[in-house]
Design a protein around this ligand. Structure first.
Ligand code: WQD
Length: 340
């Protein structure tokens, strides 16, 4: 029997590129599609160096129906992992139409193309952002859903579209993976998060301050209802996240039905804890100022990861120190990201 072929959209992005390696290591054939709107072709040569196999890749926009049709034609694709999306929360409030058009347009096109080619197994990159301001911690999958940004709305609407699709045609098997805060990098230091502009997220910002690329970190508020007053989040190593996709695909391909799962560790860490862990990992200091809260931020957010452990046999094993060590290696070896 030949190994199943998995199509990754947004394949050269941060989470997808790590998942590509995990799938290869698990024996899947992988084909990637990306338009490089927020990633670099250099990722492909890095993947080849790490994984030894030349990655099979098509440069295309997944909003383009005929381009995606051409990818499916002549191949037996067993499942799709749909990563491709715009993902900056702040930008989504400035360019809502672009976010709705891209994130929902690509999802609709992916599903319609899959349907035409009788491929009905899909993993959807959702986000903890669908929980909005959680009423109870840790957050279980059956918690109330609400969003506070156009980006978050595209993820929740994406889930709703897929749930309607499953209702209409129960032969679909869909994995809704709600990521908490992905950080870290491959231990080779060859691939990692590669923000084009000023990072929006905490970990890449901290690593650029440690490197001396940026002068100081701004900590957005120290008056939250948390042990040290700074925001608490559930950071998850991208390599663990990648393994979560492999586990979800196995579950779906084994015919166990659809699943909605939190991919987090279930541990909350504050901004100050992360800064201290990064200083230990890098041996560099991370100077910071406490500034006012960032609009839309919440006190604390962390997962109840029980469902993923029981149903998928998956858990986030790498701790905050490992996340910082791996981020730092990637940052040090690639001071200017993939480009330099
Ligand atoms: C973490 C903590 C900040 C930057 C966002 C999206 C979410 C998901 C992950 C997408 C908070 C604080 C941050 C800084 C700081 N994305 N902070 N100074 O906001 O939990 O989640 O990214 O799929 O949808 O909303 O992550 O890394 O931005 O912030 O003090 O310069 O760090 O206030 O407490 P967040 P983050």
């Amino acid at each position: 029997m030949t190994n199943p072929t998995i199509l990754l959209t947004g394949a050269t992005g941060y989470i997808a590129s790590h998942t590509w390696l995990a799938l290869q290591a698990a024996g899947f054939n992988v084909i990637g599609v990306d338009n490089f709107s927020n990633s670099s072709p250099e990722v492909l040569s890095r993947l080849e160096r790490i994984g030894t196999l030349r990655p099979e890749f098509v440069q295309a926009d997944v909003c383009d129906a005929s381009a995606l049709d051409a990818v499916f034609a002549g191949r037996r694709i067993a499942a799709v992992v749909h990563f491709a999306a715009h993902k900056a929360v702040g930008e989504s409030t400035v360019r809502p139409l672009a976010y709705y058009a891209n994130n929902l347009g690509s999802l609709l096109n992916v599903c319609q193309t899959m349907q035409r080619h009788c491929c009905k197994t899909l993993v959807f990159s959702s986000s903890a952002t669908v929980y909005g301001k959680p009423e109870r911690l840790p957050i279980r999958e059956d918690a109330a859903l609400a969003t506070t940004s156009p980006y978050g709305a595209t993820k929740l609407m994406g889930e709703n579209i897929l749930r309607d699709l499953e209702k209409a045609d129960p032969t679909w098997a869909i994995g809704y993976l709600r990521y908490f805060n992905p950080v870290g990098a491959h231990e080779s230091g060859l691939i990692g998060e590669d923000p084009r502009d000023t990072p929006n997220n905490l970990m890449p910002y901290v690593s650029q301050v440690a490197m001396g690329k940026r002068a100081r970190l701004q900590i957005f508020g120290n008056d939250y209802d948390t042990p040290d007053g700074t925001g608490v989040r559930d950071y998850i190593h991208v390599l663990d996240l990648a393994d979560g996709h492999v586990a979800a695909l196995r579950y779906l391909l084994d015919g166990k039905g659809s699943i909605t799962a939190n991919l987090g560790r279930g541990r909350g860490h504050s901004v100050l804890e992360l800064v201290r862990a990064f200083e230990r990992a890098s041996g560099c200091s991370v100077p910071f100022d406490i500034v006012s809260r960032r609009p839309g931020d919440i006190d604390a957010c962390y997962a109840d990861p029980t469902l993923a452990r029981l149903a998928l046999g998956w858990q986030g094993l790498r701790d905050l120190d490992a996340m910082c060590v791996d981020t730092w290696r990637w940052q040090r070896l690639n001071p200017n990201g993939m480009a330099g």
